[in-house]
Design a protein. Structure first.
Length: 396
């Protein structure tokens, strides 16, 4: 996706917001239909049946008829594709879209004359019902685009994303392999000894965000004050998300350019960030601590870094079993759960090797990836690493 910053006028913003509302309304209706249908009631309506129902709804409701039929039909097509992906087992079941959080719509059948350049850093795109909308030309528009998506983030900023698959970054050809250990305190530690830290919110910005969140909790729903405070909270979250995305893009590009093979741990982030609240009958323990850990994992951008590496270096990313990578000494191979003295210090009691704990884990990841690639002649996904018994191998 090639994303650009839209610069709509006030009237165009109103039209874009109505498109988002209509697309979300149609999507949620489709979700409700499929949640109501059961095998006893027969098969749920497909895209063709839902498109006919949409035509009837547009004839009955003037507010829906005032919107773009292309936007509304495309929402149904996207839902049909989402259901197909769900039944194929590649994605989760489509869920409800919420106002203020899922604001966007898609336009297809884009022709070359629908996008034109106005200046060195300015261009415009034709959007149904809104006319020509300007956007900042931060990079050339990809050739041969057939669709684009317009979205609004929580900070009130509009963006335009053209559907185009970018070319992968060519491998440097030096045969180098790097292990990457993803963490919370250190976002990414490399087997080369580099510690990469993500630039999130500054301490003063974090304090301001907490103040705004407390103020938002005291605001009356539907009031103008709540709307202003909510917009301020959205801007803070958008600032943090922008910095996280910038770090992920720069880090993934740097790794893809410097190394032929990039090794990561095969982590199930969804399972790792599951809530520990439990049930009313059996409440969980350490819920607050687990919630802070989950927030730290999601803020560190583990999944985003892995996805962008797959996009930029396809076929060069190796995933390995994460078992014992943080407990094994990278110098002698001893597995000792007591060797990690703290979050940052690893001290092997067998050979005396001392170093950064995250770098030690990254070197174990690189070693395991090298064995797996050599055994399978360069597969994309490595097999499980040999697990040594969980015991001290020290002499008593």
């Amino acid at each position: 996706m090639s994303r650009y910053r839209l610069r709509p006028t006030s009237e165009q913003q109103r039209v874009l917001a109505s498109h988002c509302a209509h697309a979300r309304f149609v999507w949620n209706l489709a979700v409700e239909q499929h949640s109501w249908w059961t095998p006893r009631r027969g098969s749920a309506p497909g895209y063709v049946a839902q498109a006919r129902q949409l035509t009837g709804a547009r004839a009955e409701f003037s507010w829906l008829r005032a919107g773009s039929q292309m936007v509304q039909q495309q929402a149904l097509r996207d839902f049909a594709q989402a259901m197909a992906n769900y039944f194929a087992g590649t994605h989760g079941r489509p869920t409800w879209r919420k106002a203020g959080r899922h604001e966007g719509f898609r336009i297809v059948a884009v022709k070359p004359e629908c996008v034109r350049r106005l200046g060195r850093h300015t261009a415009e795109v034709r959007i149904p019902k809104a006319g020509w909308v300007r956007f900042r030309l931060s990079r050339p528009v990809p050739d041969g685009v057939k669709s684009y998506r317009v979205t609004e983030d929580r900070a009130g900023r509009w963006h335009l994303a053209f559907a185009a698959v970018p070319d992968p970054i060519p491998a440097p050809g030096n045969g180098a392999t790097v292990g990457v250990d993803r963490g919370v305190a250190v976002a990414a530690a490399l087997s080369t000894g580099e510690l990469l830290t993500m630039a999130g919110l500054r301490p003063s910005e974090g304090r301001r965000l907490r103040r705004l969140q407390r103020r938002l909790a005291r605001c009356r729903r539907g009031s103008r004050r709540r709307h202003r405070v909510k917009a301020a909270v959205g801007r803070m979250h958008a600032r943090e998300a922008d910095r996280r995305k910038d770090w992920v893009e720069k880090t993934s590009t740097d790794l893809a350019r410097r190394f032929d093979t990039i090794a990561l741990e095969a982590l199930s982030i969804r399972a790792m960030t599951a809530s520990a609240r439990g049930t009313a009958a059996q409440p969980g323990r350490g819920v607050k601590a687990k919630a802070r850990l989950n927030q730290g994992i999601l803020t560190a951008g583990w999944g985003a870094l892995a996805r962008r590496l797959e996009h930029k270096a396809p076929g060069r990313v190796v995933t390995i079993d994460p078992a014992y990578t943080s407990q094994r000494c990278s110098a002698c191979g001893t597995v000792d759960r007591e060797a990690r003295e703290s979050q940052a210090v690893f001290r092997c009691r067998a050979c005396g090797h001392t170093g950064n704990a995250d770098v030690n884990a990254a070197r174990n990841i690189r070693t395991a990836a090298g064995r797996a690639v050599a055994a399978r002649e360069g597969p994309r996904v490595a097999g499980p690493v040999h697990r040594e018994p969980q015991r001290d191998r020290l002499s008593v």
